[in-house]
Ligand binder design. Structure first.
Ligand SMILES: [Zn+2]
Length: 238
């Protein structure tokens, strides 16, 4: 049977049969992969302590006809005792975004690099506000990596720099070319979006500014990545 060996971040897991689980991962070499972990619900499973969502692991997989099987794991990075609650939540949010924005057996250009970068950044963040900035920046990066980079400088219709509105499906607009379903954008929000998307300098976001940006980016994310539940297809594959 063909095997492979790759670095991967565990995105989610789901119980299967009495003793097994399915795992969804994003890997360095193969992009999004799903693997079956036989016996991983058993207390003495050697694999299950490594296959925890948010962990970065080295995975040895065995190709299967319908689904691959996890044959071995080595832990590369996990949550640390010193991590704060906001770091744990940001980590969860990041892996959830990756799961929602990727499809099985496909990869987005550069996604692995930005995923590892954001997980390391979250580890190293000093304050909750730094962590919030990393999370929102990741939203923007994952959209860019998937081909949805926002135009934030000029109205998409007329090139005016007097920006007043944000359209989740694409970019920013002046008041003359805005529609009723666009979001009104304050100058603070515009500059936050611009800085997070275009500057690599670490910044921090207080709660109110973070919430406002998430209000804008959540619909953008849903608009671009709307999809059915991936696990539903999976049940049929077993
Ligand atoms: Zn315009």
């Amino acid at each position: 049977m063909p095997t492979y060996d790759t670095e991967a971040v565990v995105l989610s897991r789901r119980n299967a049969r009495e003793h097994d689980r399915f795992y969804s991962l994003y890997s360095k070499e193969l992009g999004r992969i799903d693997v079956y972990g036989q016996g991983t619900r058993r207390l003495r499973s050697k694999l299950s302590p490594f296959l925890i969502p948010g962990n970065r692991i080295r995975l040895m997989g065995v190709r299967g006809k319908k689904v691959d099987r996890a044959a071995g794991c080595r832990l590369l990075d996990t949550i640390r005792d010193s991590d704060r609650l906001d770091q744990l939540l940001a980590r969860q949010s990041v892996i959830r975004l990756v799961e929602l924005s990727t499809r099985r057996d496909s990869s987005s250009n550069g996604l692995w690099e930005i995923l590892v970068e954001v997980l390391n950044g979250i580890h190293e963040s000093k304050t909750i506000d730094d962590c919030r900035a990393l999370e929102v920046r990741f939203y923007l990066k994952i959209l860019s990596a998937s081909g949805y980079h926002f135009e934030l400088k000029r109205c998409l219709h007329c090139d005016s720099e007097k920006i007043t509105h944000f359209n989740p499906s694409g970019g920013v607009f002046c008041s003359e070319h805005s529609h009723s379903d666009f979001y009104r954008l304050s100058s603070q929000q515009l500059s936050d979006l611009w800085n997070l998307q275009e500057n690599s300098v670490t910044s921090s976001l207080p709660e109110n500014r973070y919430m406002k940006l998430k209000e804008l980016l959540s619909p953008a994310f849903e608009y671009h990545f709307e999809r059915s539940a991936a696990w539903a297809d999976y049940r049929l594959a077993i």
